[in-house]
Design a binder for this molecule. Structure first.
Ligand code: HXC
Length: 519
């Protein structure tokens, strides 16, 4: 072959690889409302930045006539590119090639870029759309999955890992996304389950659709497996780009600070009035969050799961932070199993990637009852406690209203090494609410009073006495558990000043192999 012929061959092979499983399969993919693996990558990355690896790889399996089905690239597109100028590594499973099923070589391609992402210290993004293990390959496919899992585990807490699910993701294949930091599912076409509807029916007799068993709605609201549910693939891809704005490239770097046009000393007068006079009346903590962060831009994580706690990303004067807030609008902001798990996972992510944590507290306590106790609220609540306690990033806590009992300790209290603990004048920091406290403390006296009017009068007097003592932030401030009581409208400025002061904070845990987080 002369030079020109060699070049022509290269061009031809590249063009062939671009077509994955072929034109017919691409059309079928489009007909389902799905983009192809390459189209997804091109949407995700900055224009012209994608460099593909291993486009000439083919599988090596001769079982069941597979040697006659060779596709350049073998079912997954891999490589690197940039998002807003930052290097990221990406793999995108190609459903047009044997249903995106995972072969030995397919796994090797993914592992190669995972290893590279870890060495470079760049985020890894995986786009999943696959029928699972390539059945014809048998155990080499299983081994391939395990190679990927091990790398997900090694990379955990070192580089951010984000998974998008835009098609099937079933069986053991679910565990790679599950090991990553964030899972995004599209409402169209995406589903995840360990065992599908057919096996479920055979084993348990339960009749259930794919959507009801593992669709985006289910995982975003019931199981909490998905951190984000998006309407379609384009929204999912834009979300990955947005998410990366708050996250550094790796655990040795800080999140990127961006210019901010929102004044740091913007006073929000409405905050002085936002807490209802009646302590049992709910309000929306999102209103408070939106008022204090830069330009009201909040990227909520897990917005449909455990709504009694809010978690998400925002910026203060361009500095990315993670926000955790009890939500009085749902179940009075109580901590239960799901809220504890959701909060803990988020706090640990922020701590792993040097993202300061701002905590807004209005928590009446832990949810009582056998359902919670049998479900292990002790262990799950301990996860959130552990997460806050081990976090060494700057931690700023604002107590808005209630901060009762064990939940007070859990929610980033001073003794968990929080750096700045502020309270609004409406804060109530106590072992429990006044009513509950009087019922315990005065039970004998209350029993002895038979006249209802006298009983009510006595109760009210005692309640007032207790409220005067504890339904305020001053007792806690007296002991230095609260560093300052601040005017609500000035909260934004106080958070920004604390963040600036804490930007050089150094704190650590003693050397150990790893902690034994209550799982
Ligand atoms: C080989 C596969 C495949 C697989 C799909 N294909 N899955 N080939 N191994 N796992 C092929 C199909 O034979 C078909 O090829 C093409 O991909 C497109 O698939 P369709 O079935 O036509 O597509 P669709 O109707 O959209 O259905 C998609 C699907 C279905 C729901 C994913 O293909 C399916 O149920 N596949 C099997 C899923 C599965 O059981 N996987 C193993 C899970 S266990 P042709 O040439 O006929 O068009 C597992 C273990 C992992 O993954 C363990 C890790 C620890």
């Amino acid at each position: 072959m002369n030079n020109q012929e060699q070049l022509n061959q290269l061009i031809e092979l590249r063009q062939k690889a671009q077509l994955g499983g072929g034109v017919g399969r691409i059309e079928a993919q489009h007909a389902k409302g799905k983009f192809t693996a390459r189209e997804r990558i091109l949407m995700l990355l900055d224009e012209g930045s994608f460099e593909e690896y291993d486009m000439f790889v083919t599988h090596r399996c001769n079982n069941f006539g597979l040697e006659k089905q060779l596709f350049l690239g073998d079912g997954v597109v891999t490589g690197h590119g940039t998002i807003d100028g930052r290097i990221v590594y990406v793999f995108s499973q190609d459903f047009t090639v044997m249903g995106g099923s995972l072969s030995e070589t397919f796994a090797q391609k993914i592992c190669k870029i995972m290893d590279q992402a870890l060495k470079v210290g760049a985020p890894l993004i995986g786009i999943n759309d696959s029928g699972g293990a390539r059945i014809q390959e048998g155990v080499t496919s299983l081994a391939g999955y395990a190679e990927i899992f091990e790398r997900n585990i090694i990379a955990s807490g070192v580089i951010p890992q984000i998974s998008a699910i835009f098609g099937p993701c079933a069986g053991g294949a679910v565990y790679s996304p599950a090991l990553t930091d964030f899972i995004i599912m599209s409402e169209q076409n995406a589903y995840m389950f360990v065992t599908g509807p057919k096996v479920t029916k055979t084993v348990t007799g339960e009749d259930i659709t794919t959507e009801d068993l593992g669709g985006a709605n289910v995982h975003a609201s019931k199981s909490g497996v998905a951190h984000f549910k998006v309407a379609d693939e384009q929204e999912g891809i834009m979300l990955i780009r947005k998410l990366l704005e708050y996250i550094p490239n790796n655990n040795m770097e800080d999140p990127i600070v961006t210019p901010c046009d929102d004044p740091i000393d913007r006073l929000e007068d409405s905050l002085n009035e936002i807490i209802p006079d009646n302590p049992n009346q709910p309000y929306d903590v999102l209103d408070i969050i939106h008022s204090v962060i830069d330009n009201h831009e909040f990227l909520e994580v897990h917005s449909n799961y455990a709504k009694n706690i809010i978690v998400g990303f925002a910026k203060f004067n361009g500095m990315p932070v993670g926000i955790v807030a009890n939500q009085p609008k749902y179940y009075a902001g109580v901590l239960d199993i799901e809220a504890s798990r959701k909060g803990a996972r988020f706090v640990r992510f922020c701590d792993a990637f040097n993202i300061p944590i701002i905590t807004f507290v209005d928590v009446p306590g832990f949810l009582p009852g056998s359902g919670q106790e049998y479900g292990g609220i002790i262990i799950h609540g301990a996860k959130l406690l552990f997460a806050f306690g081990e976090a060494t990033v700057p931690k700023i806590t604002i107590t808005l209203r209630k901060s009762y009992g064990g939940a007070h300790d859990v929610m980033s209290c001073k003794q968990l090494r929080a750096d700045a603990n502020y309270a609004w004048p409406s804060a109530e920091i106590a072992v429990m609410g006044a009513k509950g406290a009087i019922e315990v403390l005065e039970s004998k006296a209350l029993k002895d009073i038979t006249n209802k009017e006298e009983k009510d009068k006595f109760f009210k007097e005692k309640e007032k006495e207790y409220q005067d003592m504890f339904a305020n932030p001053y007792q806690a401030a007296k002991f230095g558990f609260i560093d300052d009581i601040i005017e609500p409208r000035n909260t934004r400025f106080r958070i920004i000043r604390a963040l600036c002061t804490l930007s050089t904070k150094k704190d650590s845990m003693p050397p150990k192999k790893h902690s034994n987080l209550p799982l």
